[in-house]
Design a protein around this ligand. Structure first.
Ligand code: F3S
Length: 397
């Protein structure tokens, strides 16, 4: 693999222990995937932040990189942590966990990572342009960056994304190459889609279909979609199909230069209903936990929740998960006050999947196909998937 003199210096340790470790990770990856060279990246999104997932070994790895002089060389944002950094007590997070989580964040901070703690970096200032090369982890954000924004990133793991941040480089392979971004399957959507839950169901139908082939979908029949609908589709397709890229005719930046493949998957309203049905294992009566914000909520979604909760009182534990930045804007607009007066709780910086909630609840209502998967697989919860407004109403009964 060709390395520039600067990259060789990093690899031989002349630029410090942490740059060396990071370059070793990237060279190993590049050799496995047959990359011919490194390329510079414009930004990085690092996942693997919750102490619930990292444990003590992960924390040590981060602390050693920070102690070894590791400092990010490009703008670098961070995935959700295991708790709301300011409000963890209200959310019932144990003190020991909180202390460990704060040590994780301190290590990232020493390396110069911006503690955004969100899976929607594109909503809080890390907004790539089409054609830019990135090294992002967080599968839903990777899918959004490639498919909606037209940027180029592989689906990095936490360590390889951090290694890219500490060197400013990533090996050039797979989705950094135009020829690897060609679609392999045409999806014809025959249903009219509305809302995050419909788009999540579509992600599950397509994801299940491509889970083995890993074909890149070229989707027809979606004349328009909101940012919120697209983030839901991205999260679901990444979860169920392992997808890092899709193209929507008329919407995705690259779609106009591509030819729709001959192989087709037709998706009908009945397919979407079957997918939604398969994600619901709980009845309304069993639901004791309600969560919106997977991926993290936009300001407009928080506005909608405040409209629906105005003057009402929730009867179930209701978490609203979003970026701290978005919560601050919601507060300035008065949405936060309405929502908290109704008894719902903001869980900024975190989410219902990465927070340590296993054993606290029996069944969760959500609009997110991705949250259903992890609530069941990681937190052993039953799930009920509903349209966005219906989820809010579920908290009131
Ligand atoms: Fe984000 Fe947590 Fe969902 S990281 S995409 S809210 S599982």
């Amino acid at each position: 693999m060709f390395l520039t003199p600067d990259e060789r210096e990093m690899l031989n340790g002349a630029q410090g222990r942490s740059s060396q470790k990071a370059m070793q990770i990237l060279v190993a990856l590049g050799e496995i995937y047959g990359a011919e060279r490194m390329i510079p990246v414009r930004s990085v999104q690092v996942a693997g932040v919750s102490y619930d997932n990292l444990g003590e070994a992960g924390l040590q790895f981060l602390a050693e990189l920070a102690d070894g002089g590791g400092r990010v060389r490009v703008p670098t944002t961070l995935n959700p942590a295991g708790m709301d950094i300011e409000n963890w007590r209200t959310l019932g997070i144990p003190e020991d966990f909180a202390k460990a989580q704060l040590r994780v964040l301190e290590a990232f901070s020493r390396m110069g990572v911006t503690l955004t703690c969100t899976c929607t970096p594109y909503l809080v200032g890390n907004l790539p342009a089409a054609g830019e090369h990135l090294a992002w982890s967080e599968s839903s954000a990777v899918c959004y960056a490639n498919s909606v924004l037209g940027a180029y990133t592989n689906r990095e793991g936490g360590p390889s994304a951090l290694a890219a941040a500490l060197t400013g480089r990533t090996p050039e392979y797979c989705l950094h190459l135009v020829e690897k971004r060609q679609p392999g399957l045409t999806v014809v959507v025959e249903a009219t889609l509305a809302g995050s839950s419909d788009f999540g169901a579509l992600g599950k139908v397509i994801g299940d279909h491509i889970a083995l082939s890993k074909s890149i979908p070229y989707i027809r029949g979606i004349p328009s979609a909101s940012l919120e609908e697209l983030k839901s589709l991205c999260a679901s397709l990444a979860t169920y199909g392992g997808a890092a890229l899709f193209h929507i005719e008329g919407l995705s930046p690259e779609a106009g230069q591509l030819t729709a493949p001959g192989t087709e998957l037709v998706v009908t309203r009945a397919d979407l209903e079957t997918a939604s049905h398969s994600l619901s294992s709980a009845t309304s009566a069993e639901v004791d936990f309600v969560s919106l914000g997977c991926p993290h909520l936009s300001l407009d979604e928080i506005r909608r929740i405040s409209q629906l909760l105005q003057g009402k009182q929730v009867k179930k534990e209701f978490w609203i998960t979003t970026a701290r930045h978005t919560r601050t804007l919601a507060e300035r607009l008065g949405y936060t006050q309405v929502i908290e007066a109704a008894g719902a709780k903001f869980a900024a910086d975190t989410c219902c999947v990465v927070a340590p909630i296993q054993g606290r609840f029996k069944a969760m209502a959500t609009d997110s196909a991705k949250a259903c998967y992890y609530a069941s697989a990681k937190n052993k919860l039953k799930t009920l998937i509903l349209p966005f407004d219906e989820v809010v109403k579920e908290a009131l009964v």
